[in-house]
Every structure is written in structure tokens, then in C-alpha cells.
Design a protein around this ligand. Structure first.
Ligand code: HEM
Length: 432
């Protein structure tokens, strides 16, 4: 039995290596580098001083003086990740330095060309993603200390002070807590049984303890008024209706969504593992008539899949995306539990679904507090994922909320109710 355990463990390790996740760090980049080879010092100098350069409005001029550097001296994954992160921060600062009324419409060659090349090698889009700003943007103040909020810092920051740090670091802690549960799972289809569900049972707090740290560390005004613009993208964004031209890369402008925690791999993994199907069409009206999700995804879960594909999956590291696809292709855990009449398994499953409902309910509360509440609907959502698009129907945050509530409700529908199961009591306590 011990031998079997070792073999299972090794297979599991190989699976997780292939999907680029680890037991300790989940989806986070393990010990991100904080410096690049000397050749690329100019990128590091700008990115390290970004807040100051944006505030003093010097960044654009310095970018115009930058040489075009080719990233061929970067070899290792962590070097490429740091380059993507640095070029992402500089690009966002460059585009939004003058605020919402004067965004840059062209990304100069010295930024666009290396950014494009690094992005191609990583399989990421040439825009700041959640994988950059959260998963790869952290360091410890005291390297011997713990990964807790007081001991964590960002590698690069935008204006917004403590709220900027709080926003990215709290998101990181939610992600880490959620993804640590995933490591307990067995990915091998033949072992897809009780063990899987029990592993879930152990991880039924999917990051909620960390999520509630937001209000202590992120001020809604600083977040909404200062930070949000720097994570704004150029897809369906009325501030940049013609997208952004990457000079030296293409003669056509690109349309890319900004960074959003919706690009979190952990949450999508849990949906896939728990076979939570978002077939609710509550968000239907949130999409502009120019988008045609039905064409892209014929079938039931049209809206969510459209949302997922266009705004999130293409913005995740390919290995993480593959994990979600692998898990989604497996037999449905929910069906399996329905077919074996074990009330223990059913209860374990329901506990996990309830944890997802809790998380999404609290998330709704956060969206209300940080996006809908602070008003200024013309700006759309601070995360700039699809917020503008969702808001430009003229109903402010209501469509956005409608969509997110729809996702929360479909999560709840996965609960197996006709069994002697006891859902967690506080399930909806965060609901508005
Ligand atoms: C103050 C904190 C947060 C705010 C204001 C916020 C806001 C939003 C907004 C506006 C959307 C709609 C999509 C978009 O426009 O990008 C969204 C979706 C989403 N967010 Fe957040 N978010 C926050 C934190 C988080 C965290 C920490 C996570 C998880 C790590 C998360 C996970 C998601 C997911 C998975 C979606 C897609 C909808 C769903 O599957 O429920 N968010 N969020």
C-alpha cells in the first residue's frame, strides 16, 4: 500500500508540474525574480519607479527615449515572467499617464516589439493580466517570514499607495488559499472517486477568509478613482474605441481586455471540478449587439462560455488553461455523486458548492462596494475586464450585477437538494 501511495504521489506531482501548479504556491509563480539581466536595465528602472514617473508625467518621454531591445537574452520562465510584468506595467502607465481623456493610441516600438515577443513565448496576450499583476508580482519583506499580508509586497506598483498593494496582495492570498485545495485532488481519471470529493471537503473554505481582508486594505475611493484606470484595457472601452496600435508589430490595432481577477484559474478550476454549469442567461443583455456569443458557442452555457473564452481563458497562462480544460472534460463529479447514494459524499459535495456560493456572494458585495457604490458609471468597472462593455448599456452597474448574480445563482443550483444534505448555514449571508 505504501508503494502504491508513492506511485500515486509521483504521478500526481508529474500532473501538477505539467499544469504548472505547486502544492505550496498553487497557481502563483514560485519565488518570482525581481531583477533581469543587465541588458534590460532600462525596463527595470522605469518599472521600479513607475508610480513616481506617472505622477510627474515623465514616463511617456522616457519611453520615447528607450532603445528597441530584443528579449533574446531571456531564457528562463521566471525571467520571461518578470519581463512580461515589467513591460505590462510600463505599457499601462504609458497608455493611461494622462488619465481617461488622453489615452495613448499607439504603443511605441521600443515597448511594443519586445512585449509582443515575450508574450508569444509565454503564450500570454501583450497586456497586463491577472497572471502578471497578481500571480507574478509578489515578494516577501522578510524572506524568512510568512506569506501573510503584513510581510508581503509588490514588485511593481501603480499609483494608489496601500490600496494598490492591498488589492493585488489580497487577491493573491485568495488565489493561494483557493488553489491549495486543488493540489489535494487526484487528477487521474481512474481515481476519480470518493477521494476527489473528500479532498474537496477539506478545502471547503475556498478563500473566503482571505477575501474579507479587502475592506481593511483597499479604500474604495483610491481604488475607484486612482488605481482602476491603470488596469483598464482596450477592448470595448469607450476611452479607446479604436483599440491600441502596437508599433512595429502590426498595422492593425489590437483590442485586448484589461486585467481582472475573473482571470483567476482557481475559481474556474473549482467550477470545472464541481461540474458547476453556468447555463443561466441572466447576463444576456449585458453583451453588446456586436458580440455574438451564440455563434461562438452553440449550446446551453452560451453566455458564460463566451465570457470565459473571450475575457478570461485567453488571458491565463496556457498550462493553467489546459488544467481547466482537462478537468472540464472529465466525467461529471455531480453525476457520479447522484448515481451513488452516499449521503456523506453528497454532503461533502454540497459543502464545496456552498463554499463557492459564499465566495461569489461575498464577491458581489465587493463589486457593490468598489464598483457600483463609488458611482461614476461612465468609467465602467475598475478592473476593466468587460466592465465598460457591461456598463455601456446605460444602466450603470446593474447589468454587471445582473450577470454576476446570475453566475452566483447557477452555482447555487448545483447543490443537490433532494438528499439528506445540510448546506452551510451562512451561504447567503453576504448577499446584498
Ligand atoms: C475588490 C475586489 C474585486 C472586485 C471589485 C471585482 C470585480 C469584478 C468584476 C467587475 C467582474 C466582472 C468581470 C470584469 O469586468 O472583469 C468580476 C468577475 C469575476 N471576479 Fe472579481 N473582483 C474582485 C475580486 C476578485 C477576487 C479576489 C477573485 C478571486 C480570486 C475574483 C474572481 C472573479 C471571477 C471568477 C469572476 C468571473 C465571474 C464568476 O465566475 O463569478 N474577483 N469581478
Amino acid at each position: 500500500a505504501e508503494n502504491m501511495e508513492t506511485i500515486n504521489r509521483e504521478t500526481l506531482q508529474a500532473d501538477f508540474d505539467a499544469f504548472d501548479i505547486s502544492e505550496e504556491f498553487g497557481f502563483l509563480l514560485e519565488e518570482p525574480l525581481t531583477n533581469l539581466p543587465d541588458n534590460y536595465r532600462v525596463w527595470m528602472d522605469l518599472a521600479n519607479n513607475l508610480t513616481h514617473l506617472i505622477k510627474s508625467r515623465k514616463l511617456r518621454d522616457l519611453v520615447h527615449e528607450m532603445p528597441v531591445l530584443i528579449p533574446n537574452l531571456l531564457s528562463d520562465h521566471r525571467e520571461l515572467s518578470l519581463a512580461h510584468l515589467a513591460l505590462g506595467f510600463i505599457s499601462m502607465g504609458y497608455v493611461w499617464q494622462e488619465g481617461q481623456h488622453a489615452p495613448a493610441q499607439v504603443l511605441p516600438k521600443a515597448l511594443a516589439v519586445p512585449y509582443w515577443l515575450v508574450s508569444r513565448r509565454l503564450g500570454l496576450p501583450p497586456i497586463l493580466t491577472y497572471a502578471d499583476s497578481v500571480l507574478a508580482n509578489w515578494k516577501l519583506r522578510d524572506p524568512t517570514g510568512d506569506m501573510e499580508i503584513g510581510n508581503m509586497d509588490l514588485i511593481f506598483s501603480f499609483p494608489g499607495g496601500e490600496s494598490c498593494r492591498g488589492f493585488f496582495i489580497v487577491s493573491l492570498l485568495v488565489e493561494m488559499a483557493a488553489s491549495s485545495g486543488i493540489f489535494k485532488l487526484n487528477l487521474s481519471p481512474s481515481e476519480f472517486n470518493q477521494f476527489t470529493c473528500c479532498a474537496f471537503y477539506e478545502s471547503r473554505e475556498i478563500g473566503i477568509t482571505e477575501f474579507v481582508l479587502f475592506p481593511d486594505h483597499v479604500d474604495p475611493t483610491a481604488f475607484h478613482g486612482t488605481l482602476r484606470i491603470f488596469v483598464s484595457g482596450w477592448r470595448d472601452n469607450p476611452m479607446l474605441p479604436n483599440g491600441l496600435l502596437y508599433e512595429g508589430v502590426s498595422t492593425e490595432p489590437m483590442f485586448l481586455s484589461g486585467g481582472s481577477a475573473a482571470q483567476s484559474s482557481a475559481i474556474q478550476c473549482f467550477d470545472a471540478l464541481l461540474s458547476i454549469q453556468h447555463d443561466d442567461e441572466t447576463g444576456k443583455d449585458a453583451f453588446p449587439s456586436t458580440s455574438d456569443p451564440q455563434k461562438m458557442f452553440p449550446g446551453k452555457a452560451v453566455i458564460y462560455l463566451f465570457f470565459l473564452k473571450v475575457f478570461f481563458l485567453d488571458y491565463m497562462p496556457p498550462a493553467h488553461c489546459q488544467l481547466i480544460e482537462t478537468l472540464s472534460a472529465r466525467p461529471s463529479l455531480r453525476d457520479l455523486i447522484l448515481s451513488c447514494s452516499s449521503s456523506d459524499l453528497c454532503q461533502a459535495y454540497n459543502s464545496c458548492v456552498s463554499a463557492m456560493v459564499d465566495l461569489r456572494s461575498y464577491h458581489l458585495f465587493a463589486v457593490q462596494k468598489y464598483i457600483v457604490g463609488p458611482g461614476n458609471r461612465t468609467m465602467g468597472c475598475p478592473l476593466r475586464g468587460v466592465g465598460t462593455m457591461l456598463n455601456d448599456k446605460g444602466t450603470g452597474g446593474s447589468n454587471l450585477m445582473g450577470f454576476l448574480k446570475g453566475v452566483c445563482n447557477t452555482t447555487k443550483k448545483a447543490l443537490i437538494s433532494d438528499r439528506p444534505c445540510v448546506p452551510r448555514e451562512n451561504t447567503m449571508s453576504f448577499m446584498l
